[in-house]
Design a protein around this ligand. Structure first.
Ligand SMILES: *Cc1c(COP(=O)(O)O)cnc(C)c1O
Length: 359
């Protein structure tokens, strides 16, 4: 029996994609980004597949603690750092490395009298993203303050983040690199700049650590391209099955609000997947769905538990037949375009009720 909605994870593909990162950035160490439950793939199983990475990165302290409790002992960087003393204590207890991006964090560090050099830090520069980090002279001032925090391990590492690296024609990225390099001249710490788009699109960036996320999961950070284009293999495929097949006459409408009117007599397939599983509600009619490994178009609105497709091209399709929503033969990047979103949100959006099958 084909199970209801399930995700198949190819953890060999994670290893393969990591080796591709090494090919793109041969002179860098790799901090593998596994925030948000490893982009929806499951943080511990992905961390296990990434044993060849030099370190791991998560967004929040609780994600790092979870990894430590599961027994991972490589370096783990918390990209948002801590926001209060309690969180700092947790980071120290679990040996998590902190990104320092705001003066309140430095105030907290200055009050600490705990064991010397116990916290590894990445000082974050805001080079134009205007999200986290210090700008201009504030960056250098923060650096000097950290030099005098006894709890901080020296040297202080240096980090920034690209805003537009997925647009190869935007010279903002070049300016971000220049601003960063200029500000950190002479500082002895390790440097980290590039995310996936930076790694693939801006290969001449000089740094010590890269921070790939999306590409580890086999996706392209560039719109209009798929991971395969860059030698990457998709890790996640989303599957379900047909649960009903029926004939609907020309002129009848399908689904909520009757947004689809059948232009011809239509053999309609109902598939057990919906936004309650993470299949995006805004996926448009015409989006491809694989039924028996062949493409058919989505018609009608996506509902919570079901979608409907046009099976006129498959006169023998029947309930129980296998369906792929994205995966090997159907890149999630392509589905993201049909849903006016990016592959990140589709991968992250898989919900609890979807069964996970590793292979
Ligand atoms: C999420 C994140 C990354 C990884 O980005 P991808 O586009 O998924 O490669 C790298 N650095 C920081 C600071 C991030 O927040």
């Amino acid at each position: 029996m084909t199970p209801a909605a399930y995700v198949q994870l190819d953890l060999e593909a994670v290893r393969h994609n990591l080796s591709q990162v090494k090919r793109y950035a041969p002179n860098n160490k790799i901090m593998a980004v596994i925030k948000a439950n490893a982009y929806g793939h499951g943080i511990t199983r992905v961390a296990r597949a990434l044993d060849q990475a030099d370190g791991l990165a998560v967004a929040r302290v609780d994600e790092g603690v979870r990894l430590r409790k599961a027994g991972f002992n490589q370096s783990i960087t918390v990209l948002q750092g801590f926001v209060c003393i309690d969180e700092l204590q947790l980071m120290l207890q679990h040996q998590l490395d902190a990104v320092i991006h705001t003066s309140q964090q430095i105030d907290i560090l200055q009050q600490q009298t705990g064991s010397a050099s116990s916290l590894s830090v990445w000082l974050k520069m805001d080079t134009g993203m205007n999200r986290l980090g210090f700008k201009g002279h504030d960056f250098n001032a923060a650096y000097n303050q950290l030099l005098h925090c006894t709890i901080v391990k020296q040297p202080i590492n240096l980090i920034t983040h690209f805003a537009n690296a997925d647009d190869l024609l935007d010279d903002k990225t070049r300016r971000q690199i220049d601003v960063f390099n200029h500000a950190i001249q002479g500082y002895p710490g390790q440097r980290s700049i590039a995310n996936s788009a930076g790694i693939i699109g801006w290969p001449n960036v000089i740094s010590d650590w890269v921070r790939p996320g999306l590409m580890l999961y086999g996706c392209s950070p560039f719109a209009g391209k798929t991971g395969a284009h860059f030698g990457l293999k998709p890790v996640m495929s989303l599957h379900s099955r047909l649960i009903a097949v029926k004939n609907v006459a020309a002129g009848e409408t399908v689904g909520y609000s009757g947004t689809w009117e059948c232009p011809v007599d239509t053999r309609l397939g109902v598939i057990s997947i919906g936004y309650g599983d993470g299949y995006h509600r805004h996926t448009r009619c015409g989006a491809p769905v694989l039924v028996n490994d062949l493409r058919v178009p989505l018609i009608g609105r996506v509902s919570m538990d079901m979608i409907t497709v046009d099976l006129n091209s498959q006169p023998t399709a029947k309930p129980g037949d296998p369906v792929t929503l994205w995966g090997n033969q159907l890149p999630v990047e392509e589905i993201a375009l049909h849903a006016d979103t990016i592959p990140y949100t589709l991968l992250c959006g898989i919900t609890q009720r979807v069964q996970i099958v590793e292979r």
